[in-house]
Ligand binder design. Sequence first.
Ligand code: SF4
Length: 95
Amino acid sequence: MTSTSTESKLSKNHYVITQGEPHIRLNAGHPDHERLLALVGACPAGLYRLDEDGSLHAEFHGCLECGACRLLGEGTVIASWRYPEAGCGVEFRFG
Ligand code: SF4
């Protein structure tokens, strides 16, 4: 039987990690807790996490480049957002 879970589908993708600056930079200490929670809930790859002390952490290896976090947080929680440099980032595999 073939697994159709989200994790299973995402695991088929290939990622090339950007060297140097990450393509998304955070204002991790931003005080708007609701907006931080929105990022955690909106990221389809589950890359945002809140620690018990309320601080935001993210690991962008696995970013799907969907832009949801940019729409929700650019200018507040998201300090900057850009696509990864050419040849880096996600390569979708639907097989
Ligand atoms: S661009 Fe999409 S997949 Fe990437 S970190 Fe933001 S919400 Fe998650």
